[in-house]
Design a protein around this ligand. Sequence first.
Ligand code: ADP
Length: 167
Amino acid sequence: MKACYPGTFDPITKGHLDIIERAASIFDQVDVLLMVNPRKKCVFDAEERKTMIEKSLESIGSPANVRVVIGEGLTVEFAKKIGAKAIVRGIRAVTDYEYELQQATANMMLGPDIETMFLIAKPEYSFLSSSVVKEIALNDGDISAMVPEGAAEDIKAKLRGMADVLK
Ligand code: ADP
């Protein structure tokens, strides 16, 4: 069965990568869906985010059943288009649940044949978010433990540049 894992990944964190790895061990194929939403302000552009996800995948041995796809519009419509039967999402805490429940219920109405399936974050990643990574890196903090090895340098370089501009 094919699944997709949609998200913004601005940037990818170890928490995201863990969800990808676990989903890849359950499903035959996992398409990481980098959803581009023009109303969402991102630090990294779509190509940069895609490259960072691909470099991160290399650091876990490039699983053969995972690929990264850039998409836009409604996730559920994109899932239908690529033939995914499941939408994978990660849940860190109760605060994620409320938002995720709303999205999953809307997706259920739009695409009743597609199941949203939740994977619970590993405890060591349950505090981790792209925003936390950006905030720490912008303030010259060490993000090495939070982002995949393959992507750390790209993330640091970009945010270091931005920190200089903001100073
Ligand atoms: P979105 O804007 O679609 O929420 P994100 O890139 O922030 O995109 O997150 C994509 C998915 O990954 C969401 O389901 C989110 O809950 C999940 N996620 C984010 N951080 C983590 C983490 N540290 N551990 C597990 N899941 C996570």
